[in-house]
Design a protein around this ligand. Sequence first.
Ligand code: ATP
Ligand code: ZN
Length: 297
Amino acid sequence: MKSRERLRIAIQRSGRLSEPTLTLLERCGLSFRDGSDKLFCFGEDEPVDLLRVRDDDIPALIAQGVCDIGIVGRNVLEEFSCANENAACKLQILRPLGFGRCRLSFALPLENEYRDAAQLRGARIATAYPNLLRRWLNERRIDAQVITLTGSVEIAPKLGTADAVCDLVQTGATLAANHLREVETVLESEAVLAAPEELPSDGRGDLIDLLLRRLDDVNRVRGTRLLLLHAARGSVEAIARVLPGTPRLTVLQMDGAPDQVMLQALCASELGWRQLEAIRRAGARELFVLPVECALA
Ligand code: ATP
Ligand code: ZN
């Protein structure tokens, strides 16, 4: 394959991962021309472009070198790796990304009791993840019949074509609507940054390093809030007591008002209304809560 100078990232074209992926890349300082519906998006800020495809195609595009890295569910990546165990190009996870969380789980019809996995012996199990499922069953020496379906896995038991399903679950609502009950987790999943085991040694490798550093700077403060407020110096202790966790505080003297301070606190979690009201009761005035976009170490 001809060497490229620009880094190319494969992302899901449209689906659950698309929007959080673009938001994350934007936070890392990457924006793209024609970002909304084109297959190929040209990066404007750095020499980094996007290929927007079906999520199932992402691992193969990386393995073939069409794209250098990709953002995809761990479930899709693992399925690809299980199906291509002997392939020359192995893939690795550079970073878990904290969104698109779900589980690949077994589910049974509500009326069926579940004791343990041994019960799946001889069962017909419908799934869109046949290779992952077979590996899990083999590791436990469970002989079952794996039925590969690409869509609507959850209706297979009702249709009588399967005894159990092995499918993605987030809240369990889809399972419940189909009279199924989640009984055992095969894989915990979230979106990950995937790459070949051997990273490019040219300028694209430097761009991957740059992206990883920025991802870490963004992730370090994910969910944190910067709290700014004015208060009388005598209230600082009372305010500190009602702040969540043990945030780092900075107290600044206000010009021309010796007993007034500005207090700055980095809180590791979001602040709810009740907490804000407690902070105000403790003496805070002019309270600002700001999301933190990144923090450079
Ligand atoms: P595509 O058209 O790209 O093939 P898709 O229908 O396979 O789309 P989505 O439903 O958008 O994919 O899911 C993409 C990924 O989102 C999944 O592979 C999984 O990692 C993650 N995900 C999170 N929660 C769920 C869920 N409840 N059901 C399915 N996938 C989920
Ligand atoms: Zn898909």
